[in-house]
Design a protein around this ligand. Structure first.
Ligand SMILES: C[S@@+](CC[C@H](N)C(=O)[O-])C[C@H]1O[C@@H](n2cnc3c(N)ncnc32)[C@H](O)[C@@H]1O
Length: 196
């Protein structure tokens, strides 16, 4: 089990308290969170996107790493009550200044982001974390691939626990000529893809 030594005491308390309701809010486990935090630092990611905010648990870990790299996070959630809870948790952990929260259906928001990027109103992403509706993973991929820089990373959670539902996603990436992939055997399975 990873420690929370990265974080200031107040953020540690928030994270420990969120871990008590992990199942209710479908949060990633701490080992996966720590790995994503390290991956952002190793990769020096600057512009990250998360699909599936929930109460903000994973977003706090992603944003903590992005504070180290001087980056920022955009996170999408369609459940307004969850987004409100996440915003409060981001504030309590002092990461709200680098997080843009988007409320609505990920598929629609990704289309909006695509036009913003085309118009030069938004930078392409270099790190994407997918953790929303498992049956939609394949659609998220088709929409985020054009928004991801070459050299960028996509990490997708629940790729072992929900293997059947995410099968089209895994197949698309494994067969894609521009992606190098690795499944990591964390609690729910994390599939990491590098856009070459
Ligand atoms: C597994 S939880 C995310 C957990 C979060 N990443 C964490 O580890 O703290 C998935 C979240 O995605 C949201 N969601 C599911 N489908 C969505 C969609 N199509 N658009 C936006 N949000 C969606 C759900 O409401 C839920 O809060």
């Amino acid at each position: 089990m990873q420690t929370l030594k990265e974080f200031e005491n107040s953020a540690q308390e928030v994270l420990l308290s969120l871990e008590k309701t992990q199942k209710e809010f479908w949060n990633i486990d701490r080992n996966t969170a720590n790995f994503l935090n390290m991956l952002i630092k190793i990769h020096n990611s600057k512009n990250a996107l998360e699909i599936g905010t929930s109460n903000g648990y994973s977003g706090i870990w992603l944003a903590d790493a992005l504070k180290h790299t001087g980056g920022k996070l955009t996170t999408i959630e369609f459940w307004d009550k969850r987004q409100s809870v996440a915003k409060e948790n981001f504030r309590l952990c002092n990461v709200e200044d680098i997080i843009e929260t988007k409320l609505g259906s990920a598929l629609l928001i990704l289309d909006e982001m695509s036009s913003e990027i085309e118009q030069g109103l938004r930078e392409p992403f270099d790190f994407i974390f997918i953790d929303a509706n498992k049956l939609e993973y394949i659609q998220y991929f088709h929409k985020v691939d054009p928004l991801l820089k070459s050299g960028g990373i996509i990490a997708a959670d629940n790729t072992i626990s929900h293997a059947k539902k995410v099968e089209p996603y895994l197949k698309a990436l494994v067969e894609h000529p521009s992606y190098q992939n690795q499944m990591l055997n964390f609690e729910a399975g994390l599939f990491v893809s590098l856009k070459i």
